[in-house]
Design a protein around this ligand. Sequence first.
Ligand SMILES: Nc1ncnc2c1ncn2[C@@H]1O[C@H](COP(=O)(O)OP(=O)(O)OP(=O)(O)O)[C@@H](O)[C@H]1O
Length: 231
Amino acid sequence: MHAVSIENLLFSWAGQRPTLDIPGWQIKQGETVLLRGPSGSGKSTLLSLLAGINTPQSGSLNLFETAFSNLSGRQRDRYRADNIGYIFQQFNLLPYLSALDNALLACQFSKKRRQRIAEQGSSAEATATEMLQRLGLNSTQIEQPAHTLSVGQQQRVAAARALLGAPKLLIADEPTSALDAEHRDTFIQLLLELSSQNNTTVIFVTHDAALSSYFDQHVELNTLNQAGAQS
Ligand SMILES: Nc1ncnc2c1ncn2[C@@H]1O[C@H](COP(=O)(O)OP(=O)(O)OP(=O)(O)O)[C@@H](O)[C@H]1O
């Protein structure tokens, strides 16, 4: 099955020439993809379409054989809550909630995520705690408000939140830019290990070519995107 299938996709921001013109792109279920491209080439724009925050003006974007770009806004919100984990560049944690409560947020909005955890004989809280521990937070840090954690620890909380409840697709938008090389490599290895346990498909955006070896597919956005090639 294809996790992502794009055909003849066109997207323009209001009043601008197209940012994305992608004749075709496929990602298989369970595949890990590194997406690179210069600043302004449209990486974040493409992620916003994959997450259903924006929709293409024409063409199709299917996720796991669902015609994602044809769903209503409400249906896309539901699909995203149940099936897509997103790690933002700035993590977007709620500063006064504990690491654990931040990690649990994704499950609060999705019965499906809670069901998947229940099917494995666990609770959301136990699974989140275990995941945060595997990501290297100790029991004190797990109870600390997010704003009192280091950048590296906050990034791990964002990863736990995105992966809790086994989403089908994980989208990560340059989540390692604030880390040194050693922490960055450890983080990516853990992220991919946790993803592969649930056969989660991963799309990881970075400027950093040094990370290529960790991923199955390497994509330079300008080779996919004809709008980029023209500029
Ligand atoms: N919300 C928006 N409204 C209007 N134009 C936008 C918006 N977001 C991005 N753009 C435009 O779309 C183009 C691509 O930007 P985008 O942020 O997708 O690139 P990027 O490859 O993610 O860049 P970076 O690596 O710097 O984050 C730019 O010309 C940008 O000005």
